[in-house]
Design a protein around this ligand. Structure first.
Ligand code: HEM
Length: 117
C-alpha cells in the first residue's frame, strides 16, 4: 500500500491539495516565489509537490528537480515553510503522526536538489 492510499486516497488528497495551496499562496514569506504566477501552473506545482511527498521521487523520472528550480534562489527557510504547510494540512485532516514523519522524510531527501538549485 502506498502512502497515498494510507493517507486516505483521492478524497483526502483532493482536500489536502486545496488547503495546502491556500496556505502556500497566503504565506507572505513565500510570495516572492508564488505571487503573480499563472494559476494553473501553480496548481500543477502543488500536485507535483504532493506526488513527491506521497508517492516518492520515482514519479519524477526524467525530470531534474534542480533544473526545474534553477535561478529561483529558493532558501532553506522557504523549503521548510512549504513542507510545514503540507504537514499542518495533513495533520488537520487527521493523518497519523507516523505518516507525517514519513512525508517529511521523503521531502527532506529532495531538499538539496531544490534549495540553491
Ligand atoms: C519536493 C519539492 C518540490 C517539487 C517536487 C517541485 C516541483 C516542481 C516542478 C515539477 C516544477 C516545474 C514545473 C513546470 O515547469 O512545469 C517546479 C517549478 C517551480 N517551483 Fe517547485 N517543486 C518543489 C519545491 C519548491 C519550493 C520549495 C518552491 C518555492 C519556495 C518552489 C517553487 C517553484 C516555482 C516558483 C516554479 C515555477 C512555476 C512556474 O512554472 O510558474 N518549488 N517545481
Amino acid at each position: 500500500m502506498t502512502i497515498y492510499d494510507k493517507i486516505g486516497g483521492q478524497p483526502v488528497i483532493k482536500t489536502a491539495t486545496t488547503v495546502f495551496y491556500d496556505r502556500v499562496t497566503g504565506d507572505d514569506a513565500l510570495a516572492q516565489w508564488f505571487a503573480g504566477r499563472d494559476l494553473s501552473r501553480l496548481r500543477a506545482h502543488q500536485r507535483a509537490f504532493l506526488a513527491a511527498a506521497l508517492d516518492g521521487p520515482q514519479l519524477f523520472t526524467g525530470l531534474d528537480l534542480g533544473e526545474a528550480h534553477t535561478g529561483m534562489a529558493i532558501t532553506d527557510d522557504a523549503y521548510t515553510r512549504v513542507v510545514g504547510h503540507l504537514i499542518v494540512t495533513l495533520d488537520d485532516l487527521g493523518v497519523e503522526e507516523e505518516l507525517l514523519t514519513e512525508v517529511e522524510r521523503r521531502l527532506e531527501v529532495l531538499r538539496p536538489q531544490v534549495v540553491g538549485a
